[in-house]
Design a protein around this ligand. Structure first.
Ligand SMILES: [Zn+2]
Length: 334
């Protein structure tokens, strides 16, 4: 399927000379796009270096996506947030009143910080800014013993915003109005950042997690698809990471079908991500092949793997046989 874009995420290499060797390899392996992670650390210390790596990617005819890698603790990624450490008053607050280590989408200081990130990321020369897995903080991911129905965010900014919209105090339980407010807060945040991205000359992709919870933004994906600043609608149906005993074909198909249809209806490009981390056991390569073929059969415009070389270089999440996973993916997309 030559008109399907294929790519992979790339990270952890800050030396452009070393990165070039990988970019060359990706091109030789038939990929035509790459996603570069741009963390708070990169923004603070490696901005020009990252611009060199983006330029080298273009030299190799790769379309460049750039993502806010765990920036503010509210996007996906294996990184920490300095913003959260320095700005305790911009942190999300649980319904129990406890502050958590993630910035609030409604905190003015965080929005201001994200404006800078957006300008810097677009300024690297990125073709597309990839808003990856925006989410309200979920304490249950960190294995703690909070009650099941705890939620974020009930900080002063959120409570003020809620009162303004509904003319009543924000409840401590998650009512329908609270869920709607959480959704709308994230959509408003994304709209503001995506408008700026367009002004800065880049396109926008948003990757929604395969879930229908207000923890992850819009419960109804159409609400995002309608956004005038959006170019690419993406989801990452990681069958082994997000579901128990999920069949890769059924899982990718379940979320991929809806995504591709929505993207088509709204004149957007569709993008599906293939799990390339944390896979163990003999079935890993077959699962990757099945998932990739399913995405191709759905006619997605773009297919990416997270991440290059089966995440070989991130020991905590690497696949057991990372290169076998990577090669299975390359084999299917070529
Ligand atoms: Zn808040």
């Amino acid at each position: 399927m030559p008109d399907t874009e294929s790519g992979a995420s790339y990270f952890g290499v800050q030396d452009p000379e070393h990165a070039v060797a990988d970019l060359e390899r990706f091109r030789d392996e038939g990929l035509d796009a790459v996603l570069h992670t741009f963390s708070e650390r990169d923004q603070a210390f490696y901005r020009e270096t990252m611009a060199d790596i983006v330029a080298a990617s273009h030299d190799h005819s790769l379309t460049v996506y750039v993502n806010p890698w765990a920036v503010g603790g509210v996007f996906g990624g294996e990184e920490f947030s300095r913003f959260v450490a320095h700005n305790p008053n911009s942190r999300q607050v649980l319904s129990t009143g406890e502050r958590v280590p993630a910035a609030c989408f409604n905190a003015p200081a965080f929005r201001e910080f994200m404006h800078e990130w957006t300008r810097d990321a677009a300024g690297l020369g990125a073709d597309v800014l990839f808003w990856d897995e925006p989410h309200w903080h979920n304490v249950h991911w960190y294995g703690d013993d909070h009650p099941r129905d705890v939620w974020c965010c009930r900080c002063t900014h959120c409570r003020d915003g809620y009162r303004e919209r509904y003319d009543e105090p924000m409840p401590a339980t998650e009512t329908e109005a609270v869920s709607t407010f959480r959704e709308e807060s994230m959509l408003d945040f994304l709209d503001e950042m995506m408008a700026l991205t367009r002004e800065e000359g880049a396109e926008n992709a948003v990757c929604l997690m395969p879930s229908q919870s207000a923890d992850h933004g819009p419960r109804n994906w159409e609400r995002l698809a309608e956004n005038e600043h959006l170019d690419v609608l993406a989801t990452d149906p990681y069958w082994d990471a997000f579901a128990e005993d999920a069949d890769p074909e059924a899982y990718v198909s379940q979320f991929g079908t809806e995504l591709v249809e929505l993207a088509d209806e709204h004149g957007l490009r569709s993008q599906l991500w293939i799990q390339g981390f944390g896979l163990k056991g003999e079935s890993a390569t077959d699962e990757v092949r099945t998932a990739t073929r399913t995405a191709l059969d759905l006619d997605a415009d773009s297919i990416f793997m997270w991440g290059y070389d089966g995440c070989r270089t991130i020991s905590e999440i690497a696949c057991e046989e990372p290169m076998a996973v990577w090669e299975a993916y390359l084999d299917e997309v070529n």
